[in-house]
Write a protein of this length. Structure first.
Length: 134
């Protein structure tokens, strides 16, 4: 996470629905050895983490008053590999942000080879308040 470089943050109207706002957050990262699996490509768990963490950034950019949220569902499709030294671009957009839930989408692109690595959708919900134990 500390190697990610924030390259873009935009908030503006959604083209298809101009009365609503959309947040876009783009980060870049060079693949290092810590991210690799036994096949020397980025591990699916690392890619899932990027979808989880980075899509949340777009949701926070859209609604900075968000309270604690937790993941409800993450759906990921793996398209192609990324290897050691490749630069990946993580493009995150908010989809919805409501009272109880919010959703975002992420595309991870291999800039080195100009291909899509992962696409994902992340649904988050507000955490329930803790129940007091008496």
């Amino acid at each position: 996470m500390d190697r990610m470089v924030l390259s873009e943050v935009n908030i503006g109207p959604i083209a298809e629905e101009p009365s609503r706002q959309e947040a876009k957050v783009v980060l870049k990262l060079v693949v290092n050895e810590e991210m690799l699996n036994l096949a020397n490509t980025v591990h699916g768990g690392a890619l899932a983490y990027f979808v989880d963490f980075c899509s949340s950034l777009a949701l926070v950019a859209l609604d900075t008053t968000q309270k604690l949220t937790v993941s409800q569902a993450i759906n990921i499709v793996f398209h192609s590999p990324a290897s050691l030294g490749d630069t990946i671009r993580i493009v995150n957009r908010s989809i919805t942000s409501g009272g109880r839930s919010a959703s975002g989408k992420t595309e991870i692109w291999n800039e080195t080879h100009r291909r899509l690595v992962v696409s994902g959708v992340h649904i988050k919900m507000r955490a329930s308040p803790p129940k007091s134990k008496l």
